[in-house]
Design a protein around this ligand. Structure first.
Ligand code: AMP
Length: 455
């Protein structure tokens, strides 16, 4: 089915950034703990800062992430902290980041027919991080016409660059916080994302009138980056302004043809913004993807706080399935995809054109792609997919699947399918795995719809 998916043309927007990666060592943490002191750090951990305004906020959230081993993303809102980070850490690697950036490079490397990537900012350094393939193109307006160029020929002098710092941590790392010995339970990453005014999530005015034309010529769109919207801007604009534009973008893409749109939902720390993104955008898209921590946050924002708390506390699959059903019903989604460390799930309405078997095979492609990326660090050619096939399915996922089969009898009005993930023991990198899963799932889903004449 990946062969079929490769025949598709996909549009992806909005977020592209440079990921500056640090492979965290025990030494880094020890230094931070002795610099700030146990008591001060613990106090800030209890306060649970939702954004990083000063170094201690970072240290507190980092240690919380290390304790739980959960992938975490927290916005950096104070532009003056760059120097502090640069003096404490050396970056091991700089690579393409941002969902649109990661997904476009992935699909282009897999030889998709056409991958149109759009971000309102495109600096030269950023543009050079795109894979050098002719199927990867960026839309521009020249002499009032829509033209496409490789990003390396489309960048704008003077555009800002967004740098996200990513701290990759390994399972088994140990350090002491006072008398407590902390051992990191899972490999993962802590993303410190830059949130500055100059970086907007929108389609520039010159390109917007051409979105219907783009929509006509693609098989699907993958949109993400809404977590980068700010509640307020110094020019008086606010999140409502950018969300209204974001809604219009989706409607413009769909104007001439009901092109399928997938929204990749990433962590939004601010509850108000999270709620706005859900209410404004979910009803307009066909497909949504998210990871396990998000489903609880989303349910919480929609007012299902008891169910959300249950998912946070017990992490039971029955609750996740229930939450997923609520979400596809309330938002009238065609398909919801949830990925967790041990399993991936689709929830659709009963009348979905694909059979459960087909839905499952779409998830198989998704986890195999992610496993290939985890194992190789990157996917550079279609052949790399095969590396994922040698990664075994995790056993805990099998167990979850069994429990799920028992629970499933009660789901008549929906199709719910679940597969265990192929889990790489020592991943080269865990950045972008969720995006890889969602891109693999959505495009193979589209390919199957197309084969059935339903696209
Ligand atoms: P996200 O948190 O959205 O980046 O998604 C991470 C997803 O990547 C998890 O839900 C897993 O399904 C997958 N994943 C994480 N670690 C590994 C690994 N070591 N090998 C393969 N897949 C992984």
């Amino acid at each position: 089915m990946l062969e079929k998916a490769r025949e598709l043309s996909i549009y992806t927007a909005y977020n592209i950034n440079v990921d500056a990666i640090v492979y965290l060592k025990e030494e880094h943490i020890k230094k931070l703990v002795s610099e700030f002191g146990e008591d001060t750090i613990r106090k800030r951990m209890d306060e649970y800062p939702r954004e990083v305004n000063e170094p201690l906020d970072f240290v507190a959230r980092l240690i919380l992430a290390l304790k739980t081993g959960k992938p975490t993303a927290v916005p950096l809102v104070n532009e003056e902290l760059h120097a502090w980070f640069d003096s404490r850490f050396e970056y091991d690697l700089e690579r393409m980041g941002g969902q649109a950036g990661i997904i476009s490079n992935l699909l282009a490397s897999l030889d998709f027919r056409r991958v149109i990537v759009y971000s309102p900012i495109l600096a030269e350094k950023q543009a050079r991080m795109f894979v050098n393939k002719p199927n990867l193109i960026y839309p521009l307006v020249e002499d009032e016409n829509l033209v496409f160029k490789h990003p390396s020929e489309a960048y704008r002098e003077g555009d800002p660059i967004k740098i996200n710092r990513i701290f990759e941590f390994r399972k088994g790392m140990k350090f002491k916080l006072g008398n407590e010995l902390i051992e990191v339970p899972f490999s993962g990453r802590f993303i410190l994302s830059s949130r500055f005014e100059s970086i907007k999530i929108e389609t520039r005015d010159d390109l917007r009138p051409f979105l219907p034309e783009i929509g006509e010529n693609i098989d699907g769109a993958i949109l993400s980056g809404y977590q980068g919207i700010k509640l307020r801007y110094s020019d008086g604009k606010d999140a409502n302004y950018y969300l209204k534009r974001a809604k219009e973008d989706i409607m413009l893409l769909k104007r001439n043809r009901d092109v399928k749109v997938h929204l990749e939902f990433a962590s939004i720390q601010n509850r108000e913004l999270r709620k706005k993104v859900i209410y404004n955008l979910f009803p307009l898209v066909d497909s949504v993807g998210m990871d396990e921590s998000e489903i609880a946050h989303v349910l919480n924002a929609l007012g299902y706080s008891q169910l959300a708390d249950r998912i946070f506390t017990y992490n039971r699959i029955e609750d996740t399935v229930l939450g997923g059903k609520i979400l596809i019903d309330d938002m009238n989604l065609e398909v919801l995809q949830i990925h967790t460390i041990y399993y991936i799930m689709y929830i659709t309405h009963k009348d979905n054109p694909l059979s459960e078997k087909e839905l499952r095979s779409s998830l198989e492609i998704a986890t195999t792609l992610a496993a290939a990326r985890a194992k190789l660090g990157d996917i550079k050619t279609p052949e790399d997919f095969k590396a994922g096939l040698t990664v075994p399915y995790n056993e805990r996922g099998e167990f979850v699947k069994l429990r799920f089969e028992e629970a499933k009898r009660r789901t008549r009005e929906y199709k719910v399918v679940i597969i265990p993930t192929r889990l790489v023991k020592n991943p080269v990198s865990t950045v972008g795995l969720g995006d890889t899963i969602s891109a693999g799932a959505f495009t193979s889903y589209l390919a199957m719809l197309k084969e059935k004449g339903k696209l």
